[in-house]
Design a binder for this molecule. Structure first.
Ligand SMILES: [Zn+2]
Length: 259
């Protein structure tokens, strides 16, 4: 008898707890709002689809900070067993670093997210000089994210330890490769510019440690996924011969010929 009684009390308590929980939960708040399929956010509709949002159905804004590389993109990123410099010779000769990585810039209110590489002649003397992919890679961004960034490229590289690193080339005068192109180390991918007159010509060059597209302002107070560009290149020179000076000259000639 005693046991049965205890069981009844237990069941009642359980039912009461569940009822309290159900009341506390309130009415169903509806499905989670969808932002983009390839994102960390709760997603169940492809990007570009209209979804129910406050104020009616519309296509949600795209937040590139939450954009991950797709399976196919990751598969196509080639092995990068050697990294060279993006301007001048393979070891960066004929250029200087006008504003180093993580230097504080009081005027811009933050620390510099890349290296500003400039031709040794200074100012606009490097306008139109070739910009090379620092390693074998896949072009995962080619476009103009803002007026300040100007024409910008991001190339993804697979390192020998399986990590994905990205190189970013900004303020370009022109872009010579399309999105999703596989490029080789030393291949000309663009020309040095000044974001269409916003700055004297130079290459803003970043190295990024990320698995998705990650465009940020050029000055930050927190390091996020930006890594020291020149330091990374120097640490990852790796095996293999340097790109021949012939290829660099050939690129320069093609540049002058307007290809
Ligand atoms: Zn810069």
């Amino acid at each position: 008898m005693k046991k049965k009684h205890a069981l009844t009390v237990g069941v009642i308590l359980l039912a009461a707890t569940f009822l309290a929980w159900a009341i506390w939960q309130g009415p169903d708040s509806g499905p989670p709002q969808v932002q983009n399929l390839r994102s960390w956010q709760e997603a169940d509709a492809p990007g570009g689809y209209e979804v129910e949002m406050e104020g009616g159905r519309r296509v949600p804004g795209f937040d590139h900070r939450l954009h991950l590389l797709s399976g196919i993109e990751r598969f196509r990123i080639p092995l990068a067993n050697r990294f060279d410099f993006p301007m001048g010779s393979t070891d960066g000769a004929l250029t200087y670093n006008a504003q180093a990585f993580w230097e504080m810039n009081e005027r811009r209110g933050g620390r510099h997210t890349g290296d500003d590489l400039n031709g040794i002649g200074g100012m606009n003397t490097d306008l139109g000089d070739p910009v090379f992919s620092v390693a074998n890679g896949l072009v995962i961004y080619a476009g103009t994210p803002s007026r300040g960034w100007g024409k910008t490229l991001i190339v993804a590289h697979r390192t020998e330890d399986g990590e994905i690193l990205q190189s970013m080339y900004a303020h370009l005068h022109s872009i010579s490769v399309a999105m999703n192109t596989v490029v080789q180390r030393g291949e000309r991918i663009g020309r040095v510019g000044g974001a269409d007159g916003v700055y004297p010509a130079h290459l803003h060059f970043e190295m990024i440690d990320a698995n998705g597209l990650s465009l940020s302002p050029g000055y930050l107070m927190h390091r996020t996924n930006r890594i020291d560009p020149t330091g990374t290149l120097e640490a990852r020179r790796g095996p293999g011969p340097p790109v021949s000076i012939d290829l660099i000259l050939e690129n320069a000639e093609r540049d002058q010929a307007g290809f």
